[in-house]
Design a protein around this ligand. Sequence first.
Ligand code: ADP
Ligand code: F6P
Length: 322
Amino acid sequence: MAQKTIAVLTSGGDAPGMNAAVRAVVRAGINRGMRVFGIYRGYNGLLNGDIEEMNLRSVSDIIGNGGTMLYTARSEEFKKKEAQERAAAFCREKGIEGVVVIGGDGSFRGARALTACGINCVGVPGTIDNDIACSEYTVGFDTAMNTALEMVDRIRDTAQSHDRCSIVEVMGRRCGDIALQTGIATGATAILVPEVEYNIERDVITRIINTQKTGKKHFIIVVAEGVGGVHDLAKYIEQRLGIEARATVLGHVQRGGSPTVRDRVVASQMGYEAVSLLDKGLGNRVVVMRDGKITHLDINEALDMERVFDTKLYKVAMSVSI
Ligand code: ADP
Ligand code: F6P
């Protein structure tokens, strides 16, 4: 039987752990007797012919590195049908039968389009935001939260020394998971997320006043990027309560850094699973975590799902963060 050839790319925003997933795809593929190509800069690599055959040593010493050794990109061109057909033709020319796409749901739409052009694709969820509805977990989330945790702990030191209120914006455009879990873990007095409508008086000011009554003099407010407005919120708190307030936007610091154990292990499991699906000739699938287990779903089904916010965890946060 002819040797199977597959490829791997990373696309969209990078996330710590993407390297571990690339490593798993390369090694699991080669160990199954496949040839494995790395595609550089997302879908652009298929349009520009920017690919390279990988060997077991091509992915040495990357499991602990943040970012992605394959680089990443957002390719507007690839959204066009003509470009997708061209990418598929390029794959056929190189003998590439299947592609593992590591990225977010935008990247999965690209994977669905490429599968429709005859190249089997399997998605692996990689984004710090944990905003992919079909999977309980996305590679990069744990590292990003731990980075945010360390930063907020540092901010707390100085907020405490000055009896101040610190407002910290963490990443998450549509998803409040980083804010919610970091807020709980750092003892934030208030946590604002895009999934829950808020009222400044009820959800910030009253919570600070109630906490003040118990003797607390410094406060942390964690705000998700999708809610925003941290500088205005700091000014409002100063005027309304007479407490000195400072705002910090953590930004891209959360996207970098060495991945945690969880991200390295989940990325390895998901990369391995993606290769087994391609080996079975399956495409248009996404590897996901459900009930703590690694499994897979059809991409159409996966993209149709709606994210469910963990309202129980939010209740816990509101009850213990005082
Ligand atoms: P993420 O994968 O992190 O959600 P994006 O939404 O930016 O990031 O998508 C990454 C890339 O996936 C895009 O730049 C584009 O190349 C590809 N992509 C996104 N949506 C589509 C689509 N509808 N059809 C084809 N390709 C798409
Ligand atoms: O990866 C997701 C994310 O980190 C969002 O939280 C953020 O809004 C976005 O990416 C920023 O991406 P970029 O700066 O690469 O455009």
